[in-house]
Design a protein around this ligand. Structure first.
Ligand SMILES: Nc1ncnc2c1ncn2[C@@H]1O[C@H](COP(=O)(O)OP(=O)(O)OP(=O)(O)O)[C@@H](O)[C@H]1O
Length: 227
């Protein structure tokens, strides 16, 4: 059973479609890279899968232990987020918010989870530092730890390496790879087609040419022409 199934999705704004009749599915452990030109609808698709906006038509089904709202999400970095005046621990802990339900405070289990994820992402030493004082790469690790507090099943990453220098980019990809090898399903929006093809198991291309399938299928179809 798939973790995520999108069937004949039509997405758009005010009755005008951006994406038409899109169908694909994601199995546990997949690494799906979503590629497409600027304005092709990648962010719209992500927002729809996260439940932040409704499709015009079609269905999204969750399965294999994944439920709606159970997706860890790493947003595209904005300048506002970069200046966030909170400690690293607070930012990571905020990933547990969905678990709070009606409790006003984080539980001991939430705090332990945040601690573990900070250590896992190699930012434990920065717990008391202010988020905005960290480098771009460290900030992305903090946001990954935050996303992991929401779930260890499926992470949705929106251009996780944009603005990072090549060394930090390579580190970030390695971190994402290792999470995927541990069994975390990865959905990643990317402009970096070469890296996408290296790490991904599946490719979803939206925009002028639509494709969904395995990386091998994508390479066979494209014959390397777009890389
Ligand atoms: N809130 C909105 N209201 C109306 N139209 C919107 C809204 N948000 C996005 N759009 C339009 O929908 C289309 C798809 O936008 P979207 O942000 O999903 O593309 P994208 O593939 O994520 O682009 P990029 O690569 O630049 O981030 C664009 O034409 C955009 O102008």
């Amino acid at each position: 059973m798939a973790q995520l199934t999108c069937e004949h999705l039509w997405l758009g704004y005010e009755g005008r479609p951006v994406l038409e009749d899109l169908s694909f599915s994601v199995q546990a452990g997949d690494y799906l890279c979503i590629v497409g030109e600027n304005g092709s609808g990648k962010t719209t698709l992500m927002r729809t899968i996260l439940g932040l906006q409704k499709p015009m038509r079609g269905n999204i089904r969750f399965g294999d232990g994944l439920r709606e709202g159970g997706i860890g999400y790493l947003p595209q970095q904005t300048n506002v987020q970069k200046d966030f005046p909170a400690t690293v621990r607070k930012v990571v802990l905020s990933g547990c918010q969905a678990r709070l339900k009606n409790r006003p405070f984080y539980s001991r289990a939430d705090k332990k989870r945040a601690e573990e994820n900070m250590n896992k992402m190699g930012i434990g030493a920065f717990a008391k530092h202010c988020f905005r004082e960290l480098s771009g790469g460290q900030q992305q690790r903090v946001l990954l730890a935050r996303a992991l507090c929401a779930t260890d099943k499926l992470l949705f990453l929106d251009e996780p390496v944009s603005g990072l220098d090549p060394n930090v980019t390579a580190e970030m990809y390695a971190l994402i790879r290792s999470l995927n090898r541990e069994g975390v399903t990865i959905l990643m929006i990317s402009h970096d087609l070469a890296s996408a093809v290296k790490d991904a198991s599946h490719i979803l291309a939206v925009g002028e040419s639509v494709f969904f399938g395995t990386k091998e299928g994508w390479l066979a179809e494209k014959g390397g022409e777009r890389l």
